[in-house]
Design a protein around this ligand. Structure first.
Ligand code: G
Ligand code: G
Ligand code: NA
Ligand code: MN
Length: 256
């Protein structure tokens, strides 16, 4: 099947939807926000993974309309949840931003427009940029991130530990959060080396004034250990898999 042509149609035909995975405070066990994850239900080929179609969208430029749709849909859902569940601090939404999206000249303006349209405070929206994208062109990335910060947005570095961060650059990134890649979390009970990496990343983040989200938390033991190490937040199957908006709403109702 022709992924590019089909994806172009999917954006128009509403074959795409978002799922939302809770991000939980390890201190209170409460949901503090969600990460939006795009899904594609192809009419013939069934579920297509974003790991497959996001790279194609990047190569073909389709990531720009697709990324706009994701931003708009996730912000729409956030404004609904914020009205339904008025928490203090308010619920957050985290959205993945790919390399091309980040360097697109209209990004800041587009987000500003959506925040206004949906009555969302910039500080309740978090953009996730992978370590690889952030480190690809450090000066360019820093300059864009600083512009995004003028909207009061929160920023995080995603999949931390899988790319090649230069520690001398890390402190120059105006980001709030590091997300430890799930590969380290999943191995932290098996090897001392991975446990040491997780511990070191948490200490490093705190030294740089950032908080930490551990990805891929699957067991109570991992959660307990991360909490003991001072990790603030967790995300993973132990808490919840990614959910459609209705199921996520049920979860929020149970909790708040
Ligand atoms: O959710 P899942 O594990 O299937 O995601 C696979 C990959 O696709 C992950 O690397 C994830 O970050 C990426 N991904 C999921 N949703 C989005 C999205 O909305 N935008 C971008 N740029 N990447 C996404
Ligand atoms: O690259 P990124 O970290 O954004 O990818 C997020 C993806 O990880 C989501 O598609 C989600 O389906 C997947 N995921 C979320 N929680 C877990 C987990 O606990 N274990 C595993 N193996 N994958 C997870
Ligand atoms: Na992510
Ligand atoms: Mn990640």
């Amino acid at each position: 099947f022709q992924l590019e042509i089909d994806l172009r149609r999917a954006i128009e035909k509403e074959e795409l939807y978002l799922q939302y995975q809770p991000i939980v405070s390890l201190e209170t066990d409460k949901i503090i926000g969600f990460e939006a994850l795009v899904r594609w239900q192809h009419p013939v080929h069934g579920f297509v993974s974003p790991a497959e179609f996001i790279p194609v969208a990047e190569e073909t430029g389709l990531i720009i309309p697709l990324g706009k749709w994701i931003l708009l849909s996730a912000c729409d859902q956030l404004s609904i949840w914020q009205a339904q569940f008025p928490l203090d601090p308010p619920l957050m939404m985290s959205i993945n931003i790919s390399g091309h999206q980040l360097s697109h000249p209209d990004l800041v303006e587009y987000i500003e427009k959506i925040l206004h349209q949906k009555s969302i405070d910039g500080e309740n929206l978090k953009l996730e940029i992978t370590e690889t994208v952030a480190m690809n062109d450090v000066e360019a990335a820093i300059s864009i991130l600083l512009k995004l910060r003028t909207l009061n947005l929160r920023l995080s570095i995603d999949d931390f530990g899988t790319g090649y961060s230069s520690l001398s650059y890390l402190h120059r990134f105006p980001v709030n959060t590091l997300k430890i890649d799930r590969a380290f979390v999943s191995r932290m009970e098996d090897t001392n080396e991975d446990a040491a990496i997780v511990e070191t990343v948490i200490m490093l983040s705190h030294a740089l004034g950032m908080d930490v989200v551990a990805e891929g938390v699957e067991t109570a033991e991992q959660k307990a250990k991360l909490k003991k190490l001072g990790c603030e937040y967790g995300q993973g199957y132990f808490f919840s898999k990614p959910l459609d908006s209705e199921s996520a709403t049920v979860l929020l109702k149970q909790q708040f």
